[in-house]
Write a protein that binds this ligand. Structure first.
Ligand SMILES: [Zn+2]
Length: 261
């Protein structure tokens, strides 16, 4: 945390705004955390989650997540330089959730595997989560936090405790241990856009995004808010946007299907 704050302060002093161009969308964002720092925090937070939560040893569930994950990782390619991909299934049938952390660390809960019945639907979720990572949404949010810190709002607490773990976990909406943040509508929409491109390039039907989000909405109607929706707020526009974007990515899907028969 100290290092990040220092980088930020030095960056501000020198007037070096860290400008990042989001892959797939081309949006420019301001990020004062280096990709190396981000990956290191992601790897360390992921190791922590693995140690604290029950990891599934179900061979079928693990094979499924790795099979889909490997193809998505290939589709992501240079959007995430230096990725050290890791796919872990967490054994918790009640938790409908999945997440990705910087550096290519992906966690999927068994509760979500039940809901996302097809590999196409699983690819939608994994593509979306990894979309948040390649777009560096968590780092963007940390930067906003650091700006607030520079304004004196959280400087004291940030300096006192080594909170970088919590920050990165909260930044990527991992629903564990308190400080979880909901992604903004803009970040959700961007991750949707990126996610269907990754799924399509990996040879998974991008239209599965529609059935997946419809299921999530239905799940939520029973008064039960799945962990996934608390960190990835949804709205009616999401499905309309996806329906509009899908035709443009169908050719990517058709081309990829030949590579993945
Ligand atoms: Zn999301």
């Amino acid at each position: 945390m100290r290092v990040i704050l220092l980088t930020f302060v030095v960056g501000l002093t020198l007037g070096l705004a860290g400008c990042y161009t989001v892959p797939e969308t081309g949006r420019r964002s301001m990020i004062m955390v280096s990709p190396g720092q981000e990956s290191a925090m992601g790897a360390s937070a992921f190791a922590d989650l693995r140690a604290k939560q029950k990891v599934s040893e179900d061979p079928e569930a693990n094979a499924r997540v790795r099979r889909v994950g490997k193809r998505i990782a290939e589709a992501v390619g240079k959007d995430l330089p230096g990725a050290q991909w890791e796919f872990v299934v967490f054994d918790d049938p009640e938790t409908v959730n999945a997440f990705a952390l910087p550096g290519g660390k992906v966690g999927v809960y068994t509760g979500l595997l039940k809901l996302a019945e097809s590999d196409d639907e699983l690819a939608t979720v994994m593509g979306h989560e990894i979309g948040h990572v390649t777009a560096r949404h968590g780092a963007e949010r940390m930067t906003e936090g650091l700006i607030a810190a520079a304004g004196g709002l959280i400087l004291d607490t940030a300096m006192k405790d080594n909170k970088s773990h919590d920050l990165i976990v909260a930044g990527y909406g991992v629903a564990a241990g308190g400080g979880m943040l909901a992604f903004s509508r803009q970040h959700e929409s961007e991750a949707d856009f990126i996610g269907i491109r990754y799924a399509a390039r990996a040879g998974y039907n991008p239209a599965a995004a529609i059935t997946f989000w419809q299921k999530m909405a239905k799940e939520n109607k029973g008064g039960r808010l799945p962990a996934f929706l608390s960190t990835h707020p949804s709205n009616e526009r999401r499905i309309a946007d996806l329906q509009q974007w899908i035709p443009a990515v169908l050719p990517l899907y058709e081309a990829a299907k030949k590579r993945y028969p």
